[in-house]
Each structure stands twice: as structure tokens, then as C-alpha cells.
Design a protein around this ligand. Structure first.
Ligand SMILES: Nc1ncnc2c1ncn2[C@@H]1O[C@H](COP(=O)(O)OP(=O)(O)OP(=O)(O)O)[C@@H](O)[C@H]1O
Ligand SMILES: [Mg+2]
Length: 333
């Protein structure tokens, strides 16, 4: 056996539930030792993909290898190498944090002593020492998720699947979980993380696959994904709503793509190629035309825009739906 630097390889995965296609030709290659983000809206197929890779759901078609083992023919081998934290926590309410971890250790056939020692290590690693002997009712959301992560790390898995690990947490809880995930990767674990949060993928993942309708529609480093939608953006905030049309005309002439307009905040933004030249040109023209500008600047596109451009704006279906609505509105006038 040769050592391959690939942790997860999935090819052409298909899975349907009755009429519903949950996965429709899903491909993914996850190199070892990184956080890989699987980003997509509700119902995109994230949980299905992760559950297939974790051998919890059977695939209909395709092939997947996790830690060098086939998920269909060698599921037990795969299970020995992975940890899994589902969308919903699986810890016992009545027990303390320490008791929970010991219990999981026993479930994984560690002896009492080893289970106790492993529990102590994990409490330390996930910064739960102070809370170790408190009942879970006293735990914050972030603490619970960290305990959940700790439970999935009992056997120090090579690969950890995290399905929306921060959904429902407040910003502080999210930060605590992010810290814990970063620490895991530093210690050598490969993490496949699903999320609906763009900033989360941007914060944690070295690479991101954007998934929609059961297939990967983009797959790249976060910075490159951003550059795909036109690199830097110019953003102009005008003084009054009346100024928007004039500003839009100016921005459209210089920018490399259609300006997007946020009427409510009197804000326009558009991709630009030559950032400084575009900024200068737009600022000067707006000034010459007497358009009152409150703010103007350049910024990197957010992952939100990447996501929208792949799953929303550019999808034919959405375009068709949008056109349908426009037609209806026009008809109603
Ligand atoms: N057990 C099931 N029975 C029937 N349909 C299912 C089942 N599991 C998933 N689906 C459907 O398959 C599609 C993909 O679901 P999946 O849970 O994988 O999406 P997801 O990306 O994890 O969504 P979310 O962000 O809401 O967790 C959805 O349309 C869902 O309704
Ligand atoms: Mg899900």
C-alpha cells in the first residue's frame, strides 16, 4: 500500500429518497490535514454526503474511499478511522461532561482507566476542565458543542466529519468551536465540515466545495473562489436615493460587471479589474457630475457573493423564476 495524501475521495455519488434526488453526481477530493468546507443551502445534500462518507447511509451509485478504504465494501475499516458529529448533539443530559466522555470511552471499548485518562485529555484539549464536573444543564451552547466534538475524538480519528457544528450558537459559542476545530487540525486531523455560514467556511476552511442540488458546483480555495466572481469590488454609497441612477451609470461604465444596487442603503457595488484606476475614475466622474457621495471604497468580495453567484443568481432555475416574476409584475401593472 502506498501512502496517498488524500483523506477522502468521492466519485459520482448518487442517492435518492423516493422521487427526491439528494445527491446527483457528487464528486469530492479532500487532501489530508486540512479543514475542507462543504458549503450549501438547506437541502443541498450536505448531510447526505457526509453520512454516506461516514458509512451511516448507503449510496445508490458511485464510489467513495475514506482513509484509503471503500465505504461500501470496507465500512468497518472506515469507521475505525473516522469521527462524526451530527447536526444534533448526542450527549447525555443527566451526566456531567466528564461522565459523558468516560461513557463514550467505554462505548468504544476502552477500559475504565483508559477511558478516564482519555476523558481528562479531551477536557483539557477542549478547554472544559472547569466545567468537567457540572451537569450539562449548566453548559452553554458552545460548551455543549465542544463536548460533542470531544466525544467524537475519543479514538483520535484521522478524519472527522462535522455536520454544521455551530448552527444555533451565538458568536461567542461559534468562536469557541472554531478554536477547537483549529486545534484539531493542528494535531493532524482532517476535517470535513458542512456549513451554511459563509464566514465560517472562509474562517476555517483551506478549501471549499460549494454544493447545490446534490452536486459540487465550485471547488477551490476561498480566495480563488472570490476572485472567480470578479476580484475586487468597488462600493459606492450615495447621499440620496435620487443619486442612485446616475451613480449606477457611472459605475457600470467603469466596472467589469453589472453593478448590484442596494436601494435601502443607497449602496452600489460592482466588480472591477484595475482597482485603483477604477476607483479614481469613478470618484472623479461622480464628482464632476455633482453626485453626492457619502462613501466610496474598494473591498474583496465576500463569500456571500461567491455563494450567491454560484447557487442563486446564475442558476437557470432562479433566473427563470425571477423572469417569471418580472413578467407577472409587468402584467399586473
Ligand atoms: N431520510 C430522508 N428521506 C427523504 N428525503 C430526505 C431524507 N434525507 C434527506 N432528504 C432530502 O434530500 C435532500 C438533501 O438533504 P440533506 O439533508 O442532505 O441536505 P442538507 O444540505 O444537509 O440540508 P440542511 O442544510 O437543511 O441540513 C433534501 O431535499 C432532503 O429533503
Ligand atoms: Mg444537513
Amino acid at each position: 500500500m502506498t501512502h496517498t495524501p488524500v483523506a477522502i475521495r468521492a466519485e459520482g455519488l448518487r442517492k435518492h429518497y423516493k422521487e427526491k434526488r439528494a445527491l446527483d453526481g457528487f464528486d469530492l477530493t479532500v487532501p489530508k490535514g486540512m479543514v475542507y468546507g462543504l458549503l450549501g443551502p438547506n437541502g443541498a445534500g450536505k448531510t447526505t454526503a457526509v453520512r454516506i462518507l461516514a458509512t451511516l447511509v448507503r449510496l445508490d451509485e458511485g464510489q467513495a474511499e475514506v482513509a484509503g478504504h471503500d465505504v461500501v465494501t470496507q465500512p468497518r475499516r472506515v469507521r475505525q478511522k473516522i469521527g462524526f458529529t451530527g447536526q444534533y448533539a448526542a450527549v447525555d443530559e443527566v451526566l456531567t461532561g466528564r461522565q459523558n466522555l468516560r461513557m463514550f470511552g467505554r462505548l468504544f471499548h476502552l477500559g475504565a482507566k483508559r477511558a478516564a485518562r482519555r476523558a481528562d485529555e479531551l477536557l483539557e484539549q477542549f478547554d472544559l476542565v472547569d466545567a468537567a464536573d457540572k451537569g450539562l444543564k449548566e453548559y452553554s451552547g458552545g460548551m455543549r458543542r465542544r463536548l460533542d466534538l470531544a466525544a467524537s475524538m475519543i479514538l483520535a480519528p484521522e478524519i472527522l466529519f462535522l455536520d454544521e457544528p455551530t448552527t444555533g450558537l451565538d458568536p461567542r459559542g461559534r468562536n469557541e468551536v472554531w478554536q477547537a476545530i483549529r486545534a484539531l487540525v493542528t494535531s493532524g486531523t482532517t476535517v470535513l465540515l458542512t456549513t451554511q455560514y459563509l464566514d465560517e467556511a472562509d474562517q476555517l476552511a483551506e478549501r471549499i466545495a460549494v454544493i447545490d442540488h446534490g452536486r459540487v458546483i465550485a471547488d477551490d480555495a476561498p480566495a480563488h473562489l472570490k476572485s472567480l466572481i470578479g476580484g475586487d469590488r468597488i462600493e459606492v454609497v450615495v447621499h440620496g436615493a435620487d443619486d442612485i441612477p446616475a451613480a449606477a451609470t457611472v459605475v457600470a461604465r467603469v466596472a467589469s460587471g453589472e453593478p448590484q444596487i442596494d436601494e435601502e442603503n443607497r449602496r452600489l457595488h460592482a466588480p472591477v479589474t484595475d482597482r485603483v484606476a477604477a476607483l479614481t475614475e469613478i470618484a472623479r466622474t461622480l464628482h464632476d457630475q455633482g453626485v453626492a457621495v457619502e462613501d466610496i471604497g474598494l473591498r474583496r468580495p465576500t463569500l456571500d457573493e461567491v455563494f450567491l453567484s454560484f447557487t442563486g443568481d446564475r442558476s437557470e432555475e432562479t433566473a427563470e423564476r425571477a423572469m417569471g416574476e418580472t413578467v407577472k409584475e409587468e402584467a399586473a401593472v
